[in-house]
Design a protein around this ligand. Structure first.
Ligand code: ZN
Length: 262
């Protein structure tokens, strides 16, 4: 039924996994559509109490599928890009944030840009000791970060600035020390420990849990969370038509990515 994700239910826990390990779990259009669909399926299934978001293979996700973007969306107008990114990047991400059931991102290896955005929409984030986080797109692609500026809310303002200004990787240990990651596990124990944590949460009365999640999320809303994210989405769209961005794209996305690694 699904091609680019794997959907599994083990007891009270649903797992939705990026399933393109050959492409470092790059998020294609289809993958994002399926992830959104699977999330809806997990919400509808009364047996599911907790949802894990993860990735098959060595990495959580290297981010949006830029090869697909170059192939299919290179000539998008402002209007087309707005529609595409509002639906697949912004709305889908916020649906994870607003999911009425508790969510856990389970991260190993790379968790980059679009992948970083998706993982941080989850209530909890757990990582293996080899995991790393990065959002290099300001530096490498001349875009104003990714579409959902979740960074300051989960990293603190000062760390978020350095993270975005330099594009550098943050290790699982550092992410844990600033409170962005709940737990770091050995790579070999990541799956079993995450399942254990999910099953523990699954023992909490679901309606009370749903209500406390609403209140916790509204604590951010009261601080301007949604207004700030919406404002950034507009600003991000502006960065897609800047001279800097257009110049980068003219030289080729692949080159920009390589320059970022250097
Ligand atoms: Zn964008």
């Amino acid at each position: 039924m699904y091609h680019d994700i794997e959907y599994r239910v083990d007891g009270p826990v649903a797992s939705i996994l990026h399933a393109r390990p050959q492409a470092r779990n790059a998020e294609s259009s289809r993958l994002l559509d399926e992830l959104d669909q699977a999330l809806g399926e997990a919400v509808q299934d009364e047996a599911v109490r907790v949802i894990i978001l993860g990735g098959q293979g060595d990495h959580f996700s290297a981010g949006h599928d830029l090869k697909e973007a170059q192939r299919e969306r290179q000539d998008f107008t402002v209007e087309q890009r707005w529609d595409y990114e509002a639906r697949r990047y912004f709305d889908y991400a916020l649906r994870i944030w607003d999911c009425p059931k508790p969510t856990i991102a389970r991260v190993q290896g790379a968790c980059i840009a679009g992948g970083f955005m998706v993982a941080n929409m989850c209530d909890l984030v757990v990582a293996s000791d080899d995991a790393f986080f990065a959002d290099p797109v300001t530096r490498t692609m001349s875009a104003a970060a990714v579409e959902v500026l979740i960074h300051p809310w989960v990293m603190g303002l000062r760390r978020a600035k350095e993270f975005l200004y330099t594009g550098e990787r943050m290790s699982a240990a550092d992410a844990h020390s600033i409170g962005m990651v709940n737990h770091v596990f050995a790579r070999s124990e990541l799956e079993s420990e995450t399942q254990k944590l999910a099953e523990k949460i699954a023992g909490t009365p679901p309606f009370a849990l749903k209500l406390v999640k609403r209140s916790l999320n509204r604590t951010f809303d009261a601080q301007g969370f949604r207004t700030a994210l919406n404002a950034h989405f507009d600003t991000h769209q502006l960065s897609h038509v800047s001279d800097e961005f257009v110049g980068m794209r003219r030289e080729g996305l692949a080159g920009a990515i390589e320059r970022g690694k250097a």
